[in-house]
Unconditional design. Sequence first.
Length: 210
Amino acid sequence: MGTEHLLPLFLSLVIGSFIGLEREINGKVAGFRTMALICVGSAILTMISIQIGGDGSKDRIAANILTGIGFIGAGVVFKDGLNVSGITTAATIWMTAALGMCVGCENYSLAMEGMALTLIVLFLFDRVLNLLTRQKEHRSYSIHFKKENISHEIYSKLNELELKCIKKFETKDDNKIRLSVNLFGSKEKIEVFNRYLLESENVKSFDSFL
């Protein structure tokens, strides 16, 4: 490999490292080294695809990069009850691969602009979101009823408190009814809902987690 490949390799390493640094700072499973390798690997595969494909099918290898990256992205998405984590990291992996492909086909300006926008989204948008929702809270509940199904009463209470019900599931195991809901609303109203559940005679138990 000649020296003409040093620039794209170095640039892809820098782009992947900057994006990976943000993930590393936030303690994500795909961090500094992972993002750097994904970006460099995507750039190399794109360059090889261009060389092997010639004038006829330069994209025959590069076209499958994002498909392969999907398997890595799927590995960082975790589901715990109603909560799903890792989606942003998976999207970041996909974006990092796309930037590596930009470098591999020598579209350096697009790669740098894409990196800048990605870092803005990762660093700035998270802080803007926290600022906008600092008085709001996401809370997941698993509510067990004693005998009869009183989910209609729960929904009425949620409407009364103006708490947004994002997801809801009702299940029945061994004649025990369980309602699972994912709520979004003010911290004060969520506390009121907690007191309602504690005082309800028909609620056997409930679990609440962020």
